[in-house]
Design a protein around this ligand. Structure first.
Ligand code: FAD
Length: 386
């Protein structure tokens, strides 16, 4: 049993950490995040130049074909400074998995090579105004067969990065009367811009530069090659494609905890009250010890899930556990971080509030922690929760 990163992984972590300090330290990340709806193009360009955006893309499409653990390291190191803005890369990375797994060769080549070269970004558009949890009940967007392709009509909600993406990954209803509810859906990749496609940012609490959007599809037509995989298999394909998402998200939360802990310790040394650094007060020490223990717990569950092959029967359960543990510890750590900084923790001029605002999302999306707990219980042999 070895709980350490190996030599290559440590080297990669050191390289990314030095890059983050140079290209997107916390003060830069804070400025970027505050610019509502202004996509951080310079950050994307820097990530492209750093050779990071194609990390998970297979080498035949110009990427590095790195394993999940290497992507976890990147995600965590970026999030230590960027927090939720790390999703600038993360979303494209896991949407690209769907294109690789289910797209035809020409589409794969266009999208994956485009991503590896930094020309093509992706966003996911599954959630609808009717809900994100009860997907089968909520999805009203339809795909209708037309000669040579499909016409898509409907509305999506909360599609993060959609306004700056070149392709949207959609789950739509293609069968109004399926034999089984899960057979109603198919997966499409819709180019953006497209005629009939309108995208509108939704004001939100965190990750403000990376807009989460309403997406209106009014008779959007795509060719047959934009159907990914098989008609009626969209739900199963989506579940498979986003398998890595929970682990990457847990890694992002680990990065947030790293950022919180180092800022909390620095402040505890600097700030004085009653003639001594606040780090001498036992209450502050306990807060910091709690954050450090949460950091270790989140790291271990995340690394463990990332170390399992994705076809291992334990993978799904472990990925779900990692998502819940890391997201809840990140929110709690940032909350205590604010407490340690006192009034400055509430100031937009420090990063604690940004960590808290960003981490808070990950108890909700991509799947809420209530529903993730249901899945964990089901994985332990309990009946499906109603
Ligand atoms: C900032 C942000 C970014 C997002 N980005 C994306 C994106 O890029 N692409 C995308 O497709 N979606 C995205 N989402 C949507 C996100 O995935 C959904 O918000 C999430 O799945 C929850 O759906 P909902 O908001 O409709 O809540 P609901 O499904 O309405 O749930 C409301 C409450 O009911 C609980 N609940 C519902 N069903 C059950 C049950 N069976 N058992 C126990 N509790 C239950 C939930 O846990 C929750 O507490 C984003 C959301 C936000 C806020």
């Amino acid at each position: 049993m070895d709980f350490q990163l190996d030599e290559d992984q440590q080297l990669f972590r050191g390289t990314v950490r030095a890059w983050v300090e140079r290209e997107c330290p916390k003060d830069v990340a804070r400025q970027l995040e505050s610019r509502e709806y202004v996509y951080p193009e310079a950050l994307w360009e820097a990530l492209v130049k750093g050779g990071f955006v194609g990390l998970g893309v297979p080498p035949e499409y110009g990427g590095q074909g790195a394993d999940l653990m290497t992507q976890v390291i990147l995600q965590r190191e970026l999030a230590r400074s960027l927090a939720g803005l790390t999703w600038v890369w993360g979303i494209s990375a896991f949407c690209a998995r769907a294109v690789h797994a289910f797209g035809g060769e020409a589409l794969r080549h266009e999208v994956l090579t485009g991503l590896a070269e930094g020309r093509s970004r992706l966003a996911m558009a599954v959630t609808e105004p009717g809900g994100g949890t009860d997907i089968f009940g909520a999805i009203r967007t339809t795909g209708t067969k037309v000669p040579g392709g499909w016409r898509i009509d409907g509305q999506k909600m909360w599609s993060t990065g959609a306004a700056a993406a070149q392709h949207l990954l959609l789950l739509v209803r293609t069968d109004p009367e399926p034999a089984k509810p899960s057979g109603a859906f198919s997966m499409f990749l819709v180019p953006s811009p497209s005629e009939g496609l309108t995208i509108r940012p939704i004001p939100k609490l965190g990750m403000r530069a990376l807009a989460s959007c309403e997406v209106f599809l009014d008779g959007v037509e795509v060719g047959d090659e934009h159907l990914l995989g098989e008609v009626g298999r969209g739900w199963h394909q989506m579940v498979m494609a986003i398998d890595a998402e929970r682990v990457l998200l847990a890694a992002l939360c680990c990065g947030i905890i790293d950022g919180v802990l180092e800022d909390a310790i620095a402040y505890a040394h600097e700030r004085e009250a009653f003639g001594r650094p606040i780090g001498q007060f036992q209450a502050i020490q306990h807060h910091i010890a709690d954050i450090a223990m949460w950091q270790r717990q989140a790291e271990l569950v995340t690394w463990y899930a990332a170390s399992l092959p994705q076809d291992d029967p334990r993978y799904g359960l472990e990925a779900n556990m990692a998502k819940v543990v890391a997201s809840e510890h990140a929110v709690n750590a940032a909350d205590l971080g604010i407490q340690i900084l006192g009034g400055m923790g509430y100031s937009l001029e420090t990063d604690m509030q940004r960590y808290w605002r960003d981490a808070r999302l990950f108890r909700i999306g991509p799947v809420t922690n209530e529903v993730t707990r249901n899945m964990i219980a089901e994985g332990l042999g309990l009946p499906r929760a109603r």
